[in-house]
Design a protein around this ligand. Sequence first.
Ligand SMILES: *Cc1c(COP(=O)(O)O)cnc(C)c1O
Length: 352
Amino acid sequence: MDINKLVRKNIEQLTPYQSARRIGGSGDVWLNANEYPTAPQFNLTIESLNRYPEPQPEDVINRYADYAGVKPDQLIVSRGADEAIELLMRAFCEPNQDSILYCPPTYGMYQVSAETLGIETKIVPTRSDWQLDLNAIRKNLDTVKLIYVCSPNNPTGNLIDQADIKKLLELAKNRALVVIDEAYIEFCPESSIVSWLADYPHLVILRTLSKAFALAGLRCGFTIANKPVIDALQKVIAPYPLAVPVADIAAQALTPKGIASMQSQVAKINQQKEKLIADLAKLPIVEKIYPSSANYLSVKFQADKAVFNQLWSIGIILRDQSRSTGEEGMIRITIGTEAECDAVIAALKEIK
Ligand SMILES: *Cc1c(COP(=O)(O)O)cnc(C)c1O
C-alpha cells in the first residue's frame, strides 16, 4: 500500500522548515540558531505529573503580563512562538480562500505554516534597505487576513521602521490583523510596540522565551493582543499546550530574579556583539556588516571565499543566508560566548 497516495497534496509538496537542527552539522561552535550560548539553571518544583496541567498556567500568565506591561486577558501562552504563528492562521484564515502576507527575507515559518494549512501566501519582498514596501503591500491586500512582520527582523537584524508599521496598521484597518514578531525584542526593549495595543484592535505581538531568556529547549512563547483576538486563539489552542515541567520552569524564569538574569544575559550579548563587529571589521574578506538590533549579525563576505563551507568543515556552524537574501556570501552569525566569537575570527583569518 502506497501511503503517499493518502497524504494531503499540499503536504506531499511541502518543503519542511529548514531548522538549524534539521540542517545538521557537527562541531563545537553552534552559532546558527540564535540561541543563548549557555544554559540557566532550574529545579523542577512540581511533581504531580499524574494530573493534567493548567491550560493557561496562572503564574506564567500573570508574571509575563506584568513583565510585558499588559493585562492577563491580553495574553496567551503556547508551545513556542512557532505555535502562535500557526494558531493565528487556524483562527483567522479560511483554507483555500484567505491568505497571509509576509515580506522576505524574513522568518521561514510564516510560509511553512500557511502551506501546511492550505492557506495562500502573498509574498511582498522588502525594499533593498530591508524595510517594508508599503505600496506593494497595499496592492496585495485582497483576501489577506494576517500580515506577518518580524522586528528586529530575522535573518537581517534590522528593526522595521515604526512609522511604516503605523501606516501598515492604517492600511490593514477593518480587514486584517498585523502580527509583529518580537522574538528578539529583549535585545532592544525600547523598540517594542506593545503600548500601541490600546490604539489598534488588530495589532498582535509575538514573543518567546527561546532567545534572550535562553530557553529555546523549553518551547514556550506568547501572543499579546486585545481580548477579542486572544479569545479566538483560546478556541483553537490544544487543551493542555504546556507540559507541567515547562510551566514550572517558565514561571521561575519570569520571577524578578529570572528577569534580572535575562537582562544581564542581554547586556553580555550586546557587549559581545560590539566586540565581534569590531573584530570582523578588520578582516579583508568581510564586505559589509549590517546593523543589528538582535543577538546575531548579518555579514556579507567576499562571495568567492566559500566562508560558510570552510567554517562548517572545521565545526563552526553558521547560517547561510545567500539564498534567502539573494546575496552571495551573506551569512548570519549568532552572537555566542567570547571564546566562540574568537573561534570564528580565528577561522576567518585562515581563509586567504
Ligand atoms: C526563533 C524565532 C521564533 C520561534 O520562537 P519559538 O518560541 O522558539 O517557537 C519565532 N519568530 C522568530 C522571528 C524567531 O527567530
